[in-house]
Design a protein around this ligand. Structure first.
Ligand code: ZN
Length: 487
């Protein structure tokens, strides 16, 4: 497999550090608000990678953290802690805020069929490891204490190593410009970033440390937890492109300053989602949460979009290209997914013949090749759409397929569509508006039947049951509720 390494700016053949095993770290959410479309993209991108690596036979340890302390409002490094601020406004314990939004995040990820990571460490659970990291950096001469806070000495680091290798920023210019500002505040240089912050009296999240009662800087957690769970050197570190600078740049600096080299072999970044060409942001009033997408409850949304539509919409673009959200684009994705789902369901019902008169050879190979080429999901989807034409021809009785070819075709569709792209075919089938309306109508009929039964109107109750059965609905009377399926 080839993957694009942000650090070397080229596609590289993927060769794990330890044979047969992959260590992968992805930056997770800062849990102070509901997950939005911008959270869905890295989650789905690295879920695709997680699924594909496992398909290739690797034993993957996938670590995705929860940031519940240290992410400050401005430049990640200044202002109030995002979680503490929410807790203050809502009069909650900060951990109540973090837990609530962690639960909400898990619900959204579950709806999007994003597999849970192997380990989900919290920053607040790893204060000790972060303090150890800070001490190592101080001992190696790349950090200084200032008024109880500890800052990374970017200028010193840049003399011995190159700061900015991931983002390609020329720090010399930045340093020159910011030198005029030096002396303002605690930092020697504006480019320096906090490793430890002394807590102000009103700051409610605080821990003891050799330097002050305070809290770790945001960038520390990923270096400390990545190292704890994946070792000093691991294969993949991922996240959104917006994390390249400063977050990941600072992580590299922290790793090099503490252990002498970077921990990460391949840096991978997904591109951003824009809304009508604009960056998503709270101030732009185009900030749409995932639950708003699922419910349709937002002024920019013409209607609700199912989690599988969102997932398919994201996978339709290569993870390194930008994706622009619009109602039209989502509705097109919904239609595409519907066609794939219908084709999939048709395929599962095709009866084999003696010979194959369509060309379905090489589909597996083509899909594998697309995935091997830096996770090219849109090409996989294009190949599956091509195969749909053959499926539809067979379904129309204009072509035939033998048993062996049919089994292969079914297996390829299941593997790529369901297992690797992670699209739920059964749910997708019920997603289209017509089917949603039908579900509602059946539920309504069953409700009327329950009322009839309560009124001892057995004739009506039986009539509804029998008519629905005749239409192919199987009604199961449970203890508390009535369930139905369509055969
Ligand atoms: Zn991170």
């Amino acid at each position: 497999m080839y993957i694009y390494n942000t650090l070397t700016r080229k596609k590289e053949k993927f060769e794990p550090i330890n044979e047969g095993r992959v260590g992968m770290y992805v930056c997770g959410p800062t849990v102070y608000g509901d997950a939005h479309l911008g959270h869905a993209r890295p989650a789905i991108t690295f879920d695709l990678l997680f699924r594909y690596l496992q398909h290739l036979g690797y034993k993957v340890r996938y670590v995705r953290n929860i940031t519940d302390v240290g992410h400050l409002e401005h430049d990640a490094d200044e202002g109030e802690d995002k979680i503490a601020k929410k807790a203050r406004l809502e009069q909650l314990e900060p951990m109540e805020v973090a837990q609530y939004f962690t639960n909400r995040f898990h619900e959204a990820m579950n709806a999007l069929n994003v597999l849970p990571p192997s380990i989900e460490p919290h920053a607040t659970g790893h204060i000790m490891e972060q303090e150890e990291l800070v001490q190592e950096i101080i001992d190696n001469g790349y950090a200084y204490e200032s008024n109880g806070s500890v800052y990374f000495d970017v200028e010193k680091y840049n003399k011995d190593h190159k700061y900015g290798i991931l983002s390609g920023r020329n720090l010399d210019e930045t340093l020159d410009n910011s030198r005029e500002l030096a002396g303002v505040g605690e930092k020697r240089n504006q480019a320096d970033f906090a490793l430890w912050k002394k807590a102000q009296p009103e700051h409610i999240m605080r821990w003891n440390s050799p330097w002050s009662v305070g809290f770790p800087g945001w960038h520390c957690e990923c270096t400390a937890m990545g190292r704890k769970y994946l070792g000093n050197h691991f294969d993949i570190h991922g996240g959104g492109m917006d994390l390249v600078f400063p977050h990941h740049e600072c992580e590299i600096a922290q790793a090099v300053a503490s252990q002498g080299d970077d921990m990460v072999k391949y840096w991978m970044h997904n591109n951003m989602i824009t809304i009508n060409g604009q960056k998503m942001g709270k101030s732009l009033n185009n900030f749409i949460t995932l639950s708003q997408f699922f419910s349709g409850d937002h002024e920019k949304l013409e209607r609700a979009y199912s989690p599988m539509t969102i997932r398919f919409f994201i996978l339709q673009a290569h993870y390194r290209s930008t994706v622009d959200f619009s109602n039209e684009a989502l509705q097109a994705a919904e239609k595409g997914l519907q066609r794939l789902t219908e084709g999939y369901n048709r395929l599962m019902k095709i009866v084999p013949a003696n010979e194959t008169t369509v060309d379905v050879n090489g589909l597996r190979q083509k899909c594998e090749e697309a995935m091997q080429d830096d996770l090219n999901s849109p090409i996989v989807i294009a190949h599956l759409f091509d195969a749909l034409k053959a499926i539809n021809t067979i379904n129309d009785g204009k072509a035939t397929i033998n048993a062996a070819d049919l089994d292969e075709l079914k297996s390829v569709f299941k593997l790529f569509l369901v297992d690797i792209l992670g699209l739920k075919m059964e749910d997708a089938g019920a997603e289209t508006s017509g089917l949603t309306a039908m579900k509602g109508a059946v539920d309504l009929l069953l409700q009327i039947r329950q009322e009839a039964k309560a009124n001892k109107d057995w004739a009506t109750a039986d009539k509804i049951r029998n008519e629905l059965s005749a239409l192919g609905f199987e009604i199961k009377d449970g203890k508390d509720k009535v369930e139905w399926t369509l055969n």
